[in-house]
Every structure is written in structure tokens, then in C-alpha cells.
Ligand binder design. Structure first.
Ligand code: SF4
Length: 303
């Protein structure tokens, strides 16, 4: 029996579902029940009422969020070392300092944070709904962490004052995209449109025709008349884009944009975590209780 058949067999036996982020390896996306961005997968995890186990092929903070929102399910992360460096950039001390300095400002945290940080925030957001979340708040000044580029994007879109915490939080993978790479590709593919993720630098965003989350990019790619798209996000998304749009051409804006943390999940590790039910992700209930409020407030914003 092949590894894929064995995973499918075990999945049934364990009453499990496999959720895979858009940045996962192609073979993991292909074996998953659902592929999507963090908000789509959070909703899927909650919709799957009968499943007892969720194998979350992504990184630490996403599996933590699934565990917080589904306390009655087992959440497994195929690789325990799949940790997002951006999430590590925001410390509790930093949050406390910012809150003391700006006591009236609500704190919005990107879901790319650890549960211990989420426990301090008023509401979470993803890159897909950050603008909507900030606009829903009755405040002109907002504390926002940890991604500086997303904070600047939201400030431009909403006109509100967004104070980034920490001052320079960033995604190392998205920071690899340079506006010069995009300019060169535009000469090579003159009819192409450029879409990039808001975690890219502001300069790279300015070189794009469209800025959006991975799910928004998938929609844009479907709807645009353009036949060639230059893509500024982690290379895993290209697998889904090519599958969904077989007649279009997708070019990664920088070939080296590979997140080693997302890619540390392999089919073999996924199989082992499911078989041995290992790498169980848990969040202590006092922390989970606070973080859950911030996640649920976000999820209630738009069904
Ligand atoms: S792509 Fe960036 S934000 Fe996403 S897991 Fe990797 S390092 Fe973290």
C-alpha cells in the first residue's frame, strides 16, 4: 500500500481530517481534505463537528488556534519544529509596554502570533480581513502586531493610525521579494499582472497590481482576464493556482521565496503523527479562554 493510501486508511480509522495551508508541499495539499488560508482552515476545523482529530499541516500558531477553537478535538502538527519566526517576534513584555504607553488604543493581533500573545488582544485578524477588523473598531488609533508591512497596508487602506508592535516585525520569506525582481519580470512578461501578499515590503506592494491574502489572490487569479500572473507570496500557493487555473501561467516573483518552516512538514511526518497520534498541540485553558474570545470576535465579524 502506498504512503498516500495508508494515510487515507488511517484518516478513516482515526476519524480525522487533514487541513493544509496554501504554503504546504504539493503532495500534502493533494492528500488534504481542505487547502486554504488560516481563516478558511479555522472555519473548516469548526465546521467538521464529527471529526475527532485534526491534522493541521501548517505551523505552530495555526495548530494552536485550531486547538483553542476546538477544545474537544485532538489537533496534531506533523512537525513539532514547524514554528513561524514572525510569531516569535512579539513578546509579552512588548505588548505590556505598548498597552501602558497607549492605554486607550485597542490591540489587534494578526493570527500569526502565539496563543500567549493572543490572550492579551481585543481581536485577531488575518491578512484577508485585517482592513475589515480595523474598520469595525470605534478607535482612530490601534496597536497592531506583529507584521509591520501588514500594519502599513492597513493604515493606507483605513486612514487610521496603526502603531506596529514590535516596531519591525516581519515575515522573513515575504521580505525576500524585491521591487526590482518584479520590474525585471514585468519586462520579461509585458502582459502579466502582478499580485503580492501584504506581508511583502511596502515598496514591493507598490510595484503590484493587486495586494491580497492567499485566498484573495486565488479569487483574483480566477477573475482576471490576464493570462500570466507574477506572484509575490510563498511558492506553495502556485501549486493551487496552477491546479485551479490550468490555462494560465504563474511565475513566482522570486524563486527563493520558500518558507522552511511551512516546508518542514513532509508526507512521511504527517503519516507518523497520524499513526502515532504524536505532536499533539494543547494550550493551557486560562490562556485558551482569553485567546478564544479574540479569535471568536474575529470569526463573528463575517460569516
Ligand atoms: S511564510 Fe512567513 S508568516 Fe508564514 S509561517 Fe513562514 S515565516 Fe511565518
Amino acid at each position: 500500500m502506498s504512503l498516500i493510501d495508508e494515510i487515507r486508511r488511517l484518516k478513516k480509522e482515526r476519524n480525522a481530517i487533514i487541513l493544509a495551508h496554501n504554503y504546504q508541499r504539493p503532495e500534502i495539499q493533494d492528500v488534504a481534505d481542505y487547502v486554504g488560508d488560516s481563516i478558511e482552515l479555522s472555519r473548516k476545523a469548526m465546521d467538521e463537528k464529527d471529526a475527532e482529530t485534526i491534522v493541521f499541516a501548517a505551523v505552530d500558531f495555526m495548530a494552536e488556534s485550531a486547538a483553542i477553537l476546538n477544545p474537544d478535538k485532538r489537533v496534531l502538527l506533523p512537525t513539532l519544529g514547524a514554528r513561524c519566526p514572525m510569531a516569535q517576534m512579539l513578546t509579552i513584555d512588548e505588548i505590556k509596554r505598548a498597552k501602558t504607553a497607549h492605554p486607550q488604543a485597542p490591540l489587534v493581533l494578526y493570527v500569526n502570533t502565539l496563543a500567549s500573545a493572543k490572550a492579551y488582544c481585543d481581536i485577531c485578524c488575518t491578512s484577508a480581513n485585517a482592513v475589515e477588523v480595523i474598520e469595525s473598531l470605534d478607535a482612530e488609533t490601534v496597536l497592531f502586531g506583529p507584521d509591520r508591512n501588514l500594519a502599513e497596508f492597513v493604515q493606507r487602506k483605513t486612514g487610521k493610525t496603526i502603531i506596529p508592535i514590535p516596531e519591525w516585525g516581519f515575515c522573513p520569506t515575504h521580505l525576500l521579494f524585491q521591487p526590482e525582481d518584479v520590474q525585471i519580470l514585468k519586462i520579461q512578461y509585458p502582459d502579466a499582472v502582478v499580485m503580492v501578499h501584504p506581508e511583502c515590503s511596502t515598496e514591493t506592494q507598490k510595484a503590484a497590481d493587486f495586494i491580497g491574502s492567499t485566498s484573495q489572490m486565488c479569487r483574483y487569479a480566477r477573475e482576471t482576464q490576464a493570462k500570466t500572473l507574477i506572484v509575490g507570496t510563498e511558492e506553495g500557493l502556485l501549486h493551487r493556482l496552477r491546479k485551479d487555473n490550468p490555462t494560465k501561467t504563474f511565475v513566482l516573483a522570486y524563486e527563493g521565496a520558500i518558507c522552511p518552516n511551512m516546508k518542514s512538514n513532509t508526507l512521511d511526518r504527517l503519516y507518523k503523527s497520524l499513526k502515532e497520534e504524536k505532536n499533539l498541540i494543547t494550550v493551557p485553558e486560562p490562556v485558551a479562554k482569553q485567546a478564544r474570545k479574540a479569535l471568536e470576535r474575529m470569526l463573528e465579524l463575517k460569516k
